[in-house]
Design a protein around this ligand. Structure first.
Ligand code: CTP
Ligand code: MG
Length: 185
Protein backbone atom coordinates (compact mmCIF):
# COMPACT_ATOMS: atom_id res chain seq x y z
CA UNK A 1 0.00 0.00 0.00
CA UNK A 2 1.09 3.54 -0.81
CA UNK A 3 1.03 5.08 2.67
CA UNK A 4 1.03 8.73 1.57
CA UNK A 5 -2.05 8.11 -0.55
CA UNK A 6 -3.70 6.19 2.28
CA UNK A 7 -2.98 9.05 4.72
CA UNK A 8 -4.37 11.64 2.29
CA UNK A 9 -7.49 9.57 1.74
CA UNK A 10 -8.06 9.21 5.50
CA UNK A 11 -7.64 12.95 5.97
CA UNK A 12 -10.26 13.74 3.32
CA UNK A 13 -12.77 11.19 4.60
CA UNK A 14 -12.18 11.91 8.31
CA UNK A 15 -15.38 14.03 8.80
CA UNK A 16 -17.38 11.00 7.63
CA UNK A 17 -15.58 8.69 10.08
CA UNK A 18 -16.17 11.21 12.86
CA UNK A 19 -19.86 11.56 11.96
CA UNK A 20 -20.33 7.80 12.00
CA UNK A 21 -18.54 7.22 15.29
CA UNK A 22 -20.07 10.18 17.12
CA UNK A 23 -23.54 8.87 16.17
CA UNK A 24 -22.71 5.83 18.30
CA UNK A 25 -21.78 8.04 21.26
CA UNK A 26 -24.59 10.62 20.90
CA UNK A 27 -27.28 8.26 19.57
CA UNK A 28 -30.33 7.04 21.41
CA UNK A 29 -33.90 8.20 21.94
CA UNK A 30 -36.57 8.36 19.27
CA UNK A 31 -35.88 6.01 16.37
CA UNK A 32 -35.94 7.55 12.86
CA UNK A 33 -38.74 5.15 11.84
CA UNK A 34 -40.72 6.02 15.03
CA UNK A 35 -41.12 2.29 15.58
CA UNK A 36 -43.05 1.86 12.34
CA UNK A 37 -42.92 -1.29 10.27
CA UNK A 38 -42.73 -2.12 6.60
CA UNK A 39 -44.17 -5.50 5.60
CA UNK A 40 -44.12 -6.74 9.16
CA UNK A 41 -40.56 -5.69 9.99
CA UNK A 42 -39.13 -2.45 11.35
CA UNK A 43 -38.20 0.08 8.65
CA UNK A 44 -34.76 0.83 10.17
CA UNK A 45 -34.89 -0.41 13.75
CA UNK A 46 -33.96 1.00 17.16
CA UNK A 47 -30.29 1.39 16.19
CA UNK A 48 -31.04 4.39 13.93
CA UNK A 49 -32.12 7.44 15.92
CA UNK A 50 -32.71 11.13 15.16
CA UNK A 51 -30.20 12.14 17.82
CA UNK A 52 -27.53 9.89 16.27
CA UNK A 53 -28.32 11.23 12.79
CA UNK A 54 -28.23 14.96 13.56
CA UNK A 55 -25.63 14.70 16.32
CA UNK A 56 -23.30 12.79 13.99
CA UNK A 57 -23.77 15.28 11.14
CA UNK A 58 -23.16 18.21 13.50
CA UNK A 59 -20.04 16.83 15.20
CA UNK A 60 -18.54 15.59 11.90
CA UNK A 61 -19.16 18.93 10.19
CA UNK A 62 -17.71 21.00 13.03
CA UNK A 63 -14.68 18.69 13.15
CA UNK A 64 -14.25 19.20 9.39
CA UNK A 65 -14.41 22.99 9.81
CA UNK A 66 -11.61 22.79 12.38
CA UNK A 67 -9.60 20.59 9.98
CA UNK A 68 -10.17 23.19 7.26
CA UNK A 69 -8.69 25.88 9.51
CA UNK A 70 -5.74 23.63 10.40
CA UNK A 71 -5.07 22.76 6.74
CA UNK A 72 -6.76 25.44 4.58
CA UNK A 73 -8.71 24.34 1.51
CA UNK A 74 -8.84 20.68 2.49
CA UNK A 75 -12.58 20.98 1.80
CA UNK A 76 -12.54 24.12 -0.38
CA UNK A 77 -13.69 27.43 1.20
CA UNK A 78 -16.75 29.29 2.47
CA UNK A 79 -20.19 27.98 1.60
CA UNK A 80 -18.67 25.31 -0.66
CA UNK A 81 -16.78 23.84 2.30
CA UNK A 82 -20.00 23.66 4.30
CA UNK A 83 -21.73 21.87 1.41
CA UNK A 84 -18.84 19.39 1.07
CA UNK A 85 -18.69 18.69 4.80
CA UNK A 86 -22.45 18.21 5.00
CA UNK A 87 -22.30 15.81 2.05
CA UNK A 88 -19.54 13.74 3.68
CA UNK A 89 -21.22 13.58 7.09
CA UNK A 90 -24.84 13.14 6.02
CA UNK A 91 -23.67 10.74 3.28
CA UNK A 92 -22.03 8.58 5.95
CA UNK A 93 -25.15 8.43 8.10
CA UNK A 94 -27.51 7.98 5.15
CA UNK A 95 -25.35 5.10 3.87
CA UNK A 96 -25.61 3.50 7.30
CA UNK A 97 -29.36 4.13 7.39
CA UNK A 98 -29.92 2.57 3.96
CA UNK A 99 -27.88 -0.43 5.03
CA UNK A 100 -30.12 -0.89 8.08
CA UNK A 101 -33.16 -0.76 5.80
CA UNK A 102 -31.81 -3.70 3.80
CA UNK A 103 -30.73 -5.56 6.94
CA UNK A 104 -34.30 -5.41 8.22
CA UNK A 105 -35.65 -6.58 4.86
CA UNK A 106 -33.33 -9.60 5.10
CA UNK A 107 -34.76 -10.29 8.54
CA UNK A 108 -31.56 -9.40 10.42
CA UNK A 109 -32.17 -7.99 13.88
CA UNK A 110 -30.65 -4.81 15.26
CA UNK A 111 -26.91 -5.18 15.67
CA UNK A 112 -26.78 -8.44 13.76
CA UNK A 113 -23.66 -8.74 11.61
CA UNK A 114 -23.71 -8.26 7.87
CA UNK A 115 -20.21 -8.77 6.55
CA UNK A 116 -18.72 -6.07 4.31
CA UNK A 117 -21.97 -4.04 4.30
CA UNK A 118 -21.54 -3.06 7.98
CA UNK A 119 -17.99 -1.89 7.36
CA UNK A 120 -18.49 -0.01 4.13
CA UNK A 121 -22.04 1.45 4.28
CA UNK A 122 -20.98 4.83 5.65
CA UNK A 123 -17.87 5.03 3.46
CA UNK A 124 -19.79 4.42 0.24
CA UNK A 125 -22.57 6.81 1.32
CA UNK A 126 -20.06 9.55 2.08
CA UNK A 127 -18.13 9.08 -1.18
CA UNK A 128 -21.29 8.99 -3.24
CA UNK A 129 -22.86 12.12 -1.74
CA UNK A 130 -19.53 13.98 -1.85
CA UNK A 131 -19.29 13.19 -5.56
CA UNK A 132 -22.79 14.57 -6.15
CA UNK A 133 -22.10 17.67 -4.03
CA UNK A 134 -18.78 18.22 -5.83
CA UNK A 135 -20.53 17.98 -9.20
CA UNK A 136 -23.27 20.41 -8.11
CA UNK A 137 -20.74 22.95 -6.78
CA UNK A 138 -18.74 22.78 -10.00
CA UNK A 139 -21.89 23.17 -12.09
CA UNK A 140 -22.91 26.23 -10.08
CA UNK A 141 -19.46 27.71 -10.59
CA UNK A 142 -18.78 27.70 -6.83
CA UNK A 143 -15.61 25.59 -7.17
CA UNK A 144 -13.07 25.25 -9.99
CA UNK A 145 -13.55 21.52 -10.37
CA UNK A 146 -15.33 18.66 -8.64
CA UNK A 147 -13.81 18.56 -5.13
CA UNK A 148 -14.41 14.83 -4.93
CA UNK A 149 -12.60 14.06 -8.19
CA UNK A 150 -9.69 16.36 -7.39
CA UNK A 151 -9.31 14.88 -3.89
CA UNK A 152 -9.83 11.16 -4.43
CA UNK A 153 -8.05 9.13 -7.11
CA UNK A 154 -9.00 5.50 -7.67
CA UNK A 155 -6.04 4.57 -5.41
CA UNK A 156 -7.33 6.74 -2.60
CA UNK A 157 -10.65 4.94 -2.80
CA UNK A 158 -9.01 1.51 -2.92
CA UNK A 159 -6.98 2.42 0.20
CA UNK A 160 -10.15 3.45 1.99
CA UNK A 161 -11.96 0.26 1.00
CA UNK A 162 -9.11 -1.74 2.56
CA UNK A 163 -8.51 0.39 5.65
CA UNK A 164 -12.08 1.35 6.61
CA UNK A 165 -13.13 -2.17 7.66
CA UNK A 166 -10.00 -2.44 9.82
CA UNK A 167 -10.73 0.90 11.53
CA UNK A 168 -14.35 -0.05 11.85
CA UNK A 169 -13.53 -3.28 13.68
CA UNK A 170 -11.08 -1.51 15.98
CA UNK A 171 -13.50 1.35 16.76
CA UNK A 172 -16.41 -1.00 17.36
CA UNK A 173 -14.35 -3.20 19.67
CA UNK A 174 -13.50 -0.07 21.69
CA UNK A 175 -17.16 1.04 21.63
CA UNK A 176 -18.23 -2.38 22.87
CA UNK A 177 -15.67 -2.40 25.67
CA UNK A 178 -16.75 1.14 26.63
CA UNK A 179 -20.35 -0.07 26.81
CA UNK A 180 -21.52 2.14 23.90
CA UNK A 181 -22.30 -0.73 21.59
CA UNK A 182 -24.28 -3.87 22.32
CA UNK A 183 -22.21 -6.08 20.05
CA UNK A 184 -18.50 -5.85 19.15
CA UNK A 185 -19.02 -5.35 15.36
N1 CTP B 1 -26.80 5.21 16.10
C1 CTP B 1 -27.88 6.06 16.25
N2 CTP B 1 -28.39 6.72 15.16
C2 CTP B 1 -27.85 6.54 13.94
C3 CTP B 1 -26.74 5.68 13.77
C4 CTP B 1 -26.24 5.02 14.87
O1 CTP B 1 -28.38 6.25 17.35
N3 CTP B 1 -28.39 7.21 12.89
C5 CTP B 1 -26.26 4.53 17.30
C6 CTP B 1 -27.21 3.43 17.82
O2 CTP B 1 -27.11 3.42 19.23
C7 CTP B 1 -26.60 2.17 17.24
C8 CTP B 1 -25.12 2.48 17.29
O3 CTP B 1 -25.04 3.87 17.01
O4 CTP B 1 -26.92 1.00 17.95
C9 CTP B 1 -24.26 1.66 16.33
O5 CTP B 1 -24.63 1.86 14.98
P1 CTP B 1 -24.68 0.64 13.98
O6 CTP B 1 -23.62 -0.35 14.28
O7 CTP B 1 -24.76 1.15 12.59
O8 CTP B 1 -26.14 0.06 14.34
P2 CTP B 1 -26.62 -1.34 14.86
O9 CTP B 1 -27.05 -1.18 16.30
O10 CTP B 1 -25.66 -2.39 14.52
O11 CTP B 1 -27.98 -1.53 14.04
P3 CTP B 1 -28.23 -2.13 12.57
O12 CTP B 1 -28.45 -3.59 12.73
O13 CTP B 1 -29.44 -1.40 12.11
O14 CTP B 1 -27.02 -1.81 11.71
MG1 MG C 1 -24.59 -0.04 10.05
Amino acid sequence: MEWVIAAEAIWFILPAYIANSSAVIIGGGTPIDFGRKFRGKRIFGDGKTWRGLFGGILVGTVAGMIMNIAVPETFENGIASLVILLSLTSGALLGDLIESFFKRRLGKSRGEKWLIADQTDFLLGALFLAFLAGAALELLGMTDGNWFLSSFSAWHIVSLLILTPLFHYAANAIGYLAGLKEVPW
